[in-house]
Design a protein around this ligand. Structure first.
Ligand code: FE
Ligand code: FE
Length: 191
């Protein structure tokens, strides 16, 4: 399916603000791909579809996962944002015809990141955080700059900011976010 067809589908399925965010992520991902010598089309495709699993409530997302035979871990069930990523990767493949493993992984890991991400995975993880429509959060300017100058440092700071936010709001923390932070912090120290 081409980008335009997917865009039209998503415009109907997602609520307006989510669709706007999606376009922001798609174009930000394209810019990061230009900067980091990565396939621009893949970056746009992954950016466009990264939240395609967020077209219904978290409860309905869990139900749909069950219908599709997607198994959710206990951690994923406790942390609703994890569910849309898993569902999204599945829908990207089945409903939008994506067969590129790197694109599917970028969608699957966009909320938490993971150690040893591909460049495309890092790009989508960061584009989701820094797209122009994001409301100002502490550290956003720093991550926006680092995403274009030192992408591993950007991932580390982004994961750290997410951890701090989750701790402050007493939300459940996915261990993967912690692992992402620790891995990319080490990458930095090793320089
Ligand atoms: Fe998301
Ligand atoms: Fe998003």
């Amino acid at each position: 399916m081409d980008l335009e067809t997917i865009q039209k589908k998503l415009e109907k399925k997602l609520k307006k603000s989510r669709y706007q965010h999606t376009l922001g992520v798609m174009y930000t991902a394209a810019s990061l791909a230009m900067r980091h010598d990565t396939d621009i089309h893949k970056a746009m495709l992954a950016g466009l579809l990264h939240d395609c699993g967020k077209f219904c409530s978290p409860k309905e997302q869990v139900k749909l996962c069950g219908k599709l035979g997607l198994e959710l871990t206990d951690i994923e069930k406790e942390i609703p944002p994890m569910v849309h990523a898993k569902l999204g990767a599945c829908l990207a493949e089945k409903e939008y015809g994506v067969d590129d493993g790197d694109v599917l992984n970028a969608i699957l890991h966009h909320t938490t990141g993971r150690p040893q991400m591909s460049m495309l995975e890092k790009i989508i993880f960061l584009a989701d955080y820094i797209e122009p429509g994001r409301k100002m959060i502490p550290g956003l300017d720093e991550v926006r700059l680092l995403a274009f100058t030192n992408i591993d440092a950007a991932v580390s700071v982004c994961a750290k900011n997410t951890l701090d936010y989750l701790k402050n709001t007493e939300k459940n923390i996915n261990p993967l976010t912690e692992q992402t932070y620790l891995f990319y912090q080490k990458e930095e120290d090793g320089r």
